[in-house]
Design a protein around this ligand. Structure first.
Ligand SMILES: NC(=O)c1ccc[n+]([C@@H]2O[C@H](COP(=O)([O-])OP(=O)(O)OC[C@H]3O[C@@H](n4cnc5c(N)ncnc54)[C@H](OP(=O)(O)O)[C@@H]3O)[C@@H](O)[C@H]2O)c1
Length: 328
């Protein structure tokens, strides 16, 4: 039986393991610091040593540990010819990123960033509408993403998790990189950025909890992004304004609609009556496993992870320097 190695058995690691058990036939090797007492699942084995688990020759590695440790482990797995699924964000700094990229290229590895929102039907629908040029010439985009950090894992103390800690790669800007990711997917390179990224609320975190960004894409599209994790209820929206009309996604009703300037009315593009959040995660891993099987480049290889990380780090720098920065 082919093997998948999971590095990091926290919230997202567990989700992937559950989905892999249900939707794939791989044996699952889990590298974790914690002591697991009862293992009733015959397809899972637990390890506490990287050297030992690598002797099992896994074909694929899922990197699901804290953000600041992603690159270090990714390099070790890439050197062993292991295809990589890396949770977003790729890292919290550019350290060793070129090194990882070189090994990945040399060993012709299939890679994918864990940006599940690219698999959400509404986000995919927007992508196809943009590609078909239905909005006309795109002038600007507004994106908002809000949530309340203590609600993410109510069973844990939010103050102890990576998202609350700078040293583990937390903070709203890096942790909620999904919006930058799908905007990069839609519109490509960002040329200039201005941001205010800081701690604003009374949450007990040592990271930023709000990030407001103004972007200029190379395609001359202007973007406004608002991210925070101090408000309830969870909400996301995306509004794209073009010469033919305005496209609007509202996460609370799972709908994408288009206001046609010609017809002078809103036209429903997609409306999901019932959507289980886990479906995005199932779809992303099934797509990745298929890409590995067919040795086919994925829609979100680490190169995209590098680009979105560079944009995030530039936003941080812009905020610290209080000025608009160019991105190469
Ligand atoms: N795509 C998404 O929607 C999504 C969602 C969540 C997170 N993520 C990303 O995935 C990465 C990990 O996030 P996460 O939410 O899974 O973090 P998490 O639950 O805090 O887990 C991170 C690490 O903390 C350790 N840990 C967690 N709970 C533990 C416990 N009860 N006892 C002992 N150790 C424990 C685990 O270490 P071991 O390594 O030793 O097991 C685990 O790898 C981050 O980079 C994050 O940005 C992505």
């Amino acid at each position: 039986m082919k093997k998948i190695l999971i590095v990091g058995y926290g919230s997202i690691g567990r989700r992937h393991v559950k989905n892999l058990l249900e939707y794939s036939k791989y044996e699952i090797l889990i590298l974790t610091k914690r002591k697991i007492k009862n293992n009733k699942e015959t397809r899972i084995r637990y390890f506490d040593s990287l050297t030992n688990v690598l002797k099992e020759k896994p074909e694929i590695g899922f990197i699901t540990n804290e953000t600041s440790f992603h690159i270090e482990i990714a390099i070790k797995l890439a050197k062993k010819n292991i295809h990589l699924f890396i949770e977003k964000p790729l890292s919290n700094s550019i350290k060793n990123i070129q090194k990882l990229q070189k090994i990945v290229n040399k060993n012709k590895l299939i890679t994918q960033m864990g940006c599940n929102w690219r698999f959400h039907p509404c986000i995919k629908k927007i992508k196809s509408i943009v590609e078909k040029n239905e909005i006309g010439k795109i002038y600007s985009v507004q994106v908002e993403s809000n949530s309340y950090l203590p609600d993410w894992h109510p069973y844990e103390d939010y103050r102890k998790g990576y998202a609350a800690k700078k040293e583990l790669g937390g903070g709203i800007l890096l942790t909620c990189i999904h919006e930058l990711d799908f905007l990069y997917w839609y519109f490509g390179k960002v040329e200039e950025i201005f941001s205010v990224t800081k701690k604003q609320s009374q949450l007990e975190v040592n990271t930023d909890d709000i990030s407001i960004m103004i972007l200029k894409f190379k395609k001359n599209i202007l973007g406004e992004i608002h991210l925070d994790y101090f408000q309830r209820p969870d909400f996301k929206r995306c509004k794209i304004i073009g010469s033919k009309g305005t496209l609007y996604w509202d996460s609370s009703i799972n709908e994408v609609k288009f206001y046609s300037n010609n017809k002078k009315k809103w036209i429903k593009k997609i409306k999901l009556k019932k959507y289980e959040k886990n479906q995005m995660y199932i779809d992303e891993i099934l797509y990745f496993l298929k890409s590995v099987k067919n040795k086919k480049k994925t829609i979100n290889p680490i190169n995209d992870g590098i680009k979105t990380l560079e944009i995030s780090l530039a936003a941080k720098k812009s905020s610290a320097q209080k000025k608009m920065l160019k991105i190469n």
